[in-house]
Design a protein around this ligand. Structure first.
Ligand SMILES: Nc1ncnc2c1ncn2[C@@H]1O[C@H](COP(=O)(O)OP(=O)(O)OP(=O)(O)O)[C@@H](O)[C@H]1O
Ligand SMILES: [Mg+2]
Length: 282
């Protein structure tokens, strides 16, 4: 077993999982939130009046201070939690066709791998839960692991991997079902900058290749601008959206980090975040 993290330059671009060309054209928004609020049983109000519409194929970052309700919002969109007020509509699949399960992929901040299972078994989990692991599903797991640069590590256990590799397993697990909607909750927050930049590029290639809709939670202005087509800036708790900013930077984004246009958008977003910090509701 090789010990080094491979970080292949075009790992995700080589993904073999397929998506129909043109899927989603003219389709309704994939996510529509109107007046969403969340008050927990403890009485704590985490979210207040969230209005957000996400079109298919967007890469939207949710940027806001710690505790403003970003994870709460992502859980509501994933259907893991109910809003206390307002409506959350997620439109998956094609009109008049029920959406198969697995159309939403969720990558948590912590890789949350089963330490007793191999890389392949961890990535296979969504299929095991659905009760179907046949050769087709195994092929999809192999393709997802190849896509995140983990070919050759299928039989390794989580403790034999670096932090970046463990996060790649977590991303592969979210990809095996070829989700239409990919929800990522600060997936790279605990990683060193070099690994984080490499995974940023892998995620961008995945999005450029397969065009899933991505909702990406981050604290980082620089990361949000580098990755996104749009940034929603949230206020402190109770979280609401105070700025909705387009990121008009060309793809691929190689070389973007040193461009004046990138610096200018980072400044705009930083200012919006600064203003957001003063926008506190009772
Ligand atoms: N199950 C829960 N019961 C009660 N309060 C909760 C629950 N989950 C979250 N909260 C509270 O809701 C608020 C928002 O939490 P959330 O985890 O959504 O914030 P966040 O923006 O994701 O923060 P961070 O950036 O630190 O991850 C916090 O004050 C948190 O304590
Ligand atoms: Mg969170």
């Amino acid at each position: 077993m090789a010990a080094a993290d491979p970080h292949p330059a075009s790992a995700i671009a080589s993904a073999t999982l397929s998506r129909n060309a043109g899927e989603g054209l003219g389709a309704p928004p994939i996510v529509e939130l109107h007046g969403v609020g969340k008050r927990f049983a403890s009485g704590l109000k985490a979210l207040d009046g969230i209005d957000l519409t996400v079109a298919r194929g967007e890469f939207l970052s949710l940027l806001g201070p710690s505790g403003c309700g970003k994870s709460t919002l992502l859980r509501i969109i994933a259907g893991l939690s109910e809003p206390s007020r307002g409506t959350c509509q997620v439109s998956l699949g094609e009109p008049d066709k029920p959406a198969p399960s697995g159309r939403i992929g969720f990558v948590f901040q912590d890789p949350t791998l089963m330490p007793w299972s191999t890389v392949a078994a961890n990535a296979e989990l969504p299929f095991r839960i659905a009760g179907r692991v046949r050769s087709e599903e195994r092929d999809r797991v192999a393709a997802a692991l190849r896509a995140v640069g983990l070919a050759g590590f299928e039989r390794a256990y989580p403790h034999q991997l670096s932090g970046g590799m463990r996060m790649r397993v977590s991303i592969a697990r979210a990809l095996v079902t070829d989700p239409e909607l990919l929800l990522l909750d600060e997936p790279f927050a605990a990683l060193d900058e070099i690994t984080r930049f490499a995974l940023n590029d892998d995620l961008l290639r995945l999005w450029e290749t397969r065009q899933p809709t991505v909702l990406f939670v981050t604290h980082s202005v620089f990361e949000s601008v580098y990755l996104s087509t749009r940034i929603a800036v949230m206020s402190p708790r109770p979280g609401h959206i105070v700025a909705d900013l387009p990121v008009n930077l060309p793809h691929p984004r190689t070389g973007t980090r040193t461009s004046p246009a990138y610096a200018a958008i980072c400044e705009t977003v930083s200012r919006a975040l600064g203003t957001a910090m003063t926008d506190i509701r009772a």
